[in-house]
Design a protein. Structure first.
Length: 220
């Protein structure tokens, strides 16, 4: 069995949210052969908040837990988190039903959204460099800016076409990012865990959305 979850949006330093997620993760580990966290595990990330998220990072240390950075926490690639299995933005795996799956957060798959595409292609490499050398307060301001700039993913303008699977040479694409669920044979978009408590299970019977505790981290 594989388990996929997306858009957890943990706030570094929020011990209650971290405790809820770690409890879920430990329970998922008992059921799944592999767990894939499909981006935006953290609501924001920059070098310097590692100590505030140490318990979460420790819980991620497993050969069976795989983390794809999202548009909110793409700077995780700079994190010195030994043992945490951080993947590329897009990876291909095979499901228990022998389906070829493209896994991604989703920010690399949207149609249109050209402003973000420019930021992703040209700005993110610069931001990764700045993250290594700026003062902590400046990096926090930068993180807040990136959070604001990603707000458009909640609007209908951000669309991922089912044809993305054919163009990437896979059977099905599994992602998050849009904060609204969708399931078809070619495209599965996970609901955001932080406000639905839902995740995707894929076993020998195929894929299904499960969970559903509303507002697992509260409504604040």
């Amino acid at each position: 069995m594989l388990i996929f979850v997306a858009d957890v949006h943990l706030r570094p330093g929020n011990a209650k949210d971290a405790e809820v997620f770690i409890h879920w993760l430990k329970d998922a580990e008992q059921q799944a052969s592999d767990i894939y966290i499909l981006g935006d595990l953290f609501d924001y990330w920059f070098t310097g908040v590692r100590d505030e998220a140490g318990d979460v990072l420790a819980a991620l240390v497993s050969d069976r837990i795989h983390l794809i950075p999202g548009n909110r926490d793409f700077l995780l690639v700079n994190a010195r988190a030994g043992g945490v299995h951080i993947l590329k933005e897009e990876v291909v795996i095979t499901s228990p039903t022998s389906t070829r799956l493209l896994l991604a957060h989703g920010h690399t798959l949207t149609r249109g959204d050209y402003g973000f595409k420019v930021l992703h292609a040209l700005g993110w490499p610069v931001l990764r460099l700045l993250d290594r050398c700026l003062r902590g307060d400046l990096k926090e301001h930068l993180a807040r800016f990136l959070v604001r700039s990603s707000a458009t993913v909640r609007t209908p303008r951000a669309v991922i076409d089912s044809g993305i699977s054919r163009s990437r040479g896979v059977d099905t694409t599994v992602c998050g990012h849009l904060h609204r669920g969708l399931m078809s044979s070619e495209l599965i978009v996970l609901p955001a865990f932080f406000d639905t408590g839902q995740w995707l299970v894929w076993d020998g019977r195929g894929p299904r959305i499960t969970g559903g505790a509303q507002h697992p981290f509260g409504e604040s």
